[in-house]
Design a binder for this molecule. Structure first.
Ligand code: AP5
Length: 220
């Protein structure tokens, strides 16, 4: 089974992708983490993407689709964390998966906007691995230090309140149409989880859904 994680910034997509990766061996493909690695390494993709990311805007579809085409060349079951985010990206993904005879279930992280600023401004990230913590909801054992490597945690440049508000506006305008795209009565491919629940309770909903074969929506 392949999963597409859909939901606004701060909904918990990365947190849950890491939990399921450990438990079921999915490969997490986070477009945000790949882009941030490119920015850190100063690649041409990173140089082009940085301005959009710092401004809370989506990176242009053609760059993202080319990047994902290469990522999906590798096999194994994947969690797509942060892709697709626009209707053209979803159409390109259907095309890519179709060519590889694969399919995917979309999981919508259903959450109220009011909690998102608090989640994101309290988030601390281990950039090399993409592991995330929260100063109150999921604190590291030692403040500011990654539990696994002992390396420092940082706050992401785009987790400032003004940038978060722009990211939320981009989500509303460009990504919410994907809910209808995947919740199509002729070909239902959308499952919802209550992402307002505590972290472990969200994981349990996802584990139940996977063990129930995507609520009957998964075929490969
Ligand atoms: P990306 O890195 O994908 O960011 P995002 O979608 O904005 O998502 P986040 O990583 O902010 O949130 P999340 O849902 O993963 O939450 P998390 O688990 O960390 O994208 C960044 C940028 O890259 C974009 O703005 C864009 O520019 C570009 N980009 C990426 N993909 C693109 C694409 N496909 N097309 C174009 N551009 C693209 O959790 C957040 C915090 O809450 C953490 O501190 C966590 O500990 C805590 N938390 C999680 N769950 C819970 C819970 N249930 N209860 C309490 N706290 C919780």
């Amino acid at each position: 089974m392949n999963l597409i994680f859909l939901g606004p910034p701060g909904a918990g997509k990365g947190t849950q992708a890491k939990a399921l990766q450990e438990r079921f061996g999915f490969r997490q493909i986070s477009t945000g983490d790949i882009l941030r690695a490119n920015v850190r390494q100063g690649t041409p993709l990173g140089v082009e993407a940085k301005g959009y990311m710092d401004d809370g805007k989506l990176v242009p579809d053609d760059l993202i689709i080319r990047m994902m085409d290469a990522e999906l060349e590798q096999g194994g079951n994947v969690i797509l964390d942060g892709f697709p985010r626009t209707v053209p990206q979803a159409q390109a993904l259907d095309d890519l998966l179709g060519r590889k005879h694969r399919s995917a279930v979309a999981v919508l992280f259903d959450v109220d906007q009011d909690v998102l600023i608090d989640r994101l401004t309290g988030r601390w990230t281990h950039l090399p691995s993409g592991r995330v913590y929260h100063e109150r909801y999921a604190p590291p054992k030692v403040a500011g230090i990654d539990d696994v490597t002992g390396e420092p945690l940082v706050q992401r440049d785009d987790d400032k309140e003004t940038t978060i508000r722009k990211r939320l506006a981009e989500y509303e305008q460009l990504t919410t149409p994907l809910i209808g795209y995947y919740d199509n009565p002729a070909d239902p491919r959308l499952v919802k989880v209550d992402a307002l629940a505590p972290i472990d309770a969200v994981t349990k909903q996802l584990v139940d859904m996977i063990q129930n074969d995507g609520g009957g929506r998964a075929s490969a």
